[in-house]
Design a protein. Structure first.
Length: 374
């Protein structure tokens, strides 16, 4: 399995040694730069400077960088020592990929307003991206001391401590983050990463499961959950979690690689699945392979696993007729009448070949029976 390093996209190969994971399992987007507060300013600031700064922030949020820059510079003309527009200009330059210019603006902002939490956080983000962890942690810590309720800075501080080899302090900060906001997915994922590093896979699984419940559209939660299940030797659950990540992000290469590793793990637990190992390594996104695996699970009475594979087949190939039919049969077995009807109706709507008349007949009859029972 090829190893891949990407601290920004939460990627990890399943075969990494556990102690190295802390560098590679992603938990947060470290450089989250909120718009500066246009109201938290001294009364001595010229009103037009405040107005232009507000427009600058709005344009920046809309991605209109040129317009935002013009407004920020107008704000500075009215108030040359007004820190907020310098911070926003730093964010504009960062968005343009000009990191040195961004850092200069953040430092200028802090020279005019040393207790500027957002500027400390943003400067810390640049240090963190450059792996200058001591400087980054110091900036994030100052942001938290200035504004203890600043969740973005708290999250970034915890992540920085984790990267800097201070897991206990990182855990304390993540726990504070979750205490303030129980819905903070990134902080829960951070706790999961720390648990993985301690080889407490049950705790890691719990944290990652919670993050997928709170933020079901974030593929990182499912990806990390796949890793936790894999480390617990719960291979079929690892497969499901990686498929969940791919359903949200089909080009998630690391999730595809870990899906293959999970299938290999599953094959070792059940020799009858061994034949799929090579196929999945070559092409983990092949709908026919998923369908065949679904039929094997169904034959073994593992109906939830079978249904997952049939649904995955349909996602990869919406015209895979037999997946609808086999899924309908499994759903009917599970007494899920409404879903059985829906799957049968999709199957019948797609049929263009008489060779499926027998399956069609079952679906038509079963739909009538279920609708009558309602």
């Amino acid at each position: 399995m090829n190893q891949h390093q990407d601290t920004n996209s939460t990627t990890l190969q399943l075969k990494r040694t556990p102690r190295r994971w802390i560098r590679y399992v992603g938990t947060v987007a470290v450089l989250s730069m909120p718009a500066a507060c246009g109201f938290c300013i001294p009364k001595t600031i010229h009103p037009l400077a405040i107005q232009h700064n507000t427009f600058c922030a709005q344009y920046l949020q809309q991605g209109q960088l040129t317009e935002a820059e013009a407004r920020c510079k107008l704000a500075i003309e009215y108030a040359p020592k007004y820190a907020e527009p310098y911070n926003l200009l730093g964010m504009i330059e960062y968005a343009r990929g000009k990191r040195d210019a961004a850092a200069t603006y953040f430092k200028q902002a802090l020279s005019f307003k040393n207790d500027f939490a957002e500027a400390h956080n943003n400067l810390g983000g640049l240090f963190l991206e450059d792996h200058h962890y001591d400087e980054a942690c110091d900036e994030f810590k100052q942001a938290c001391e200035i504004d203890p309720g600043y969740q973005v800075a708290r999250r970034n501080y915890a992540t920085c401590l984790m990267y800097n080899g201070e897991p206990r302090k990182a855990k304390d900060e993540y726990l504070k983050c979750v205490e303030v906001d129980p819905q903070a997915c990134d902080c829960r994922m951070g706790l999961g990463v720390l648990a993985l590093n301690d080889e407490d896979f049950s705790a890691a699984k719990s944290h990652f499961q919670k993050s997928t419940e709170i933020c079901p559209q974030d593929p990182k939660g499912f990806f990390n959950l796949c890793i936790a299940f894999y480390r617990m030797s719960r291979c079929s659950d690892a497969v499901d979690a990686c498929i969940g990540a791919l359903a949200l992000k089909p080009d998630y290469i690391e999730a595809r690689q870990n899906l293959t590793a999970s299938y290999e793990c599953l094959a070792l637990q059940d020799q009858s699945l061994k034949e799929f190992e090579d196929q999945l390594r070559r092409d983990p996104g092949n709908p026919d392979t998923h369908f065949k695996l679904g039929t094997m699970f169904e034959d073994k009475g593992l109906f939830d696993r079978a249904l997952t594979e049939y649904h995955n087949t349909i996602k990869l190939n919406p015209k895979h007729l037999l997946s609808y039919y086999r899924a309908a049969r499994v759903l009917d077995r599970q007494l899920r009448a409404q879903e059985t009807v829906q799957m049968c109706q999709q199957f019948v709507d797609l049929i263009r070949d008489t060779k499926y008349d027998q399956q069609k007949s079952w679906c038509v009859t079963r739909v009538k029976e279920l609708q009558f029972q309602q």
